[in-house]
Design a protein around this ligand. Structure first.
Ligand SMILES: Cc1ncc(C[n+]2csc(CCOP(=O)(O)OP(=O)(O)O)c2C)c(N)n1
Ligand SMILES: [Mg+2]
Length: 321
């Protein structure tokens, strides 16, 4: 294996481990009462958000949903800013106006702030893709949505318009088998959500959402197609939501056997195992990675905790209507 391939594998592992570490720490901070609002666990989704975001070029944009922490990190949002968003501090991307991933954007990093109303992030990404096409810029928009959100009208409308206009956009559908407490079988009657793309005349493909290489490879192809005038693609990534919908939800409605089955498919543990087998990873490198991640997480947390809350006198700033 080439040295550059090794570095690439280690980078993917690093982003997924960092995503999980930030997620785990945010949940702990919430349990310590340091976070207003709730937290959406990212566990099980790391390979999707990291793999897809790693396929983007610097000038592209991403419009994430609420389980795409990895995409924020890959695009350059620091753990400190993510913690400060969760703690509603003035140094956060939403300047303390919102918590968790809601409104957490940074256009300088090519991240469109998360739109709470599902799946409206798709329509904003669509607008960005339209502007790229209109201005003849070789840029692509990437957006994520969930299986539940795909039952909303804006999902179909976005796919349709993107296909008609051949827009440079890639849609990732994260099928984690539940939308809040509703399992897939009560949401839709088709067996594979990727088939929905066919109805609108764009390619729909399925990837293993727990395999970061599979996600990245497929997204790279779709981005290449979009950038070269080939139009949009829908990529459906299969995974499992490994925690409740949000912190308050113990998800007793999810069968334990299903969780056990998917625990064995953990995207990080399996990738690590593969890297050990290929001799890309060894104990020393793993230890260094962990030390680096722990440092970033604890420095970020401290920075966020030391950041002030927004000054009440700024309350109406940034309000346009
Ligand atoms: C239009 C709309 N209805 C309801 C909600 C509340 N809500 C937030 S996440 C969620 C579940 C979405 O399920 P899915 O799209 O499968 O994403 P997942 O949470 O499983 O990742 C709901 C109902 C919302 N944000 N927007
Ligand atoms: Mg879901």
């Amino acid at each position: 294996m080439l040295e550059s391939d090794k570095t690439d594998h280690i980078k993917l592992l690093y982003w997924m481990m960092l995503t999980r570490a930030v997620d785990d720490r945010t949940i702990s901070l919430a349990k310590l009462g340091k976070i207003p609002g709730t937290i959406f666990s990212q566990k099980g989704h790391e390979a999707i958000s990291v793999g897809a975001a790693c396929a983007l070029s610097a000038a592209d944009v991403v419009a994430p949903m609420h389980r795409d922490l990895g995409a924020y990190l890959v695009r350059g949002m620091t753990p400190g800013r993510i913690f400060s968003q969760a703690m509603a501090r003035s140094t956060s991307p939403s300047q303390g106006r919102d918590v968790n991933t809601h409104g957490m954007g940074d256009i300088e990093l090519g991240i469109i702030g998360y739109v709470s109303h599902l799946p409206q992030a798709m329509t904003v990404a669509l607008g960005a893709a339209f502007s790229f096409q209109y201005r003849n810029e070789p840029r692509v928009a990437l957006t994520f949505t969930g299986d539940g959100a795909s039952s909303e009208g804006a999902f179909s409308e976005s796919l349709n318009l993107a296909a008609v206009l051949k827009l440079p956009i890639v849609f990732i559908l994260e099928d984690n088998q539940y939308a809040y407490s509703t399992p897939s079988k009560y949401q839709y009657a088709i067996t594979d959500l990727a088939a929905r793309a066919t109805a609108f005349g764009l390619p729909g493909m399925t990837v293993s959402g727990n395999n970061v290489l599979d996600v990245r490879r497929t997204t790279i192809k779709a981005i290449h197609r979009a950038r070269n005038g080939g139009g949009p693609t829908l990529i459906k990534a299969n995974t499992m939501r490994m925690e409740g919908h949000a912190l308050h939800d113990s998800a007793e409605y999810v069968p334990k056997e299903l969780l056990d089955k998917w625990k064995a498919k953990d995207p990080i543990a399996n990738y690590k195992k593969m890297l050990y087998e290929k001799k890309v990873l060894n104990r020393r490198t793993e230890k260094l990675l962990l030390e680096q991640i722990n440092k970033e997480v604890s420095n970020g947390e401290q920075w966020a905790e030391n950041s002030p809350y927004p000054d009440p006198s700024t309350l109406t700033e940034g309000v346009y209507a």
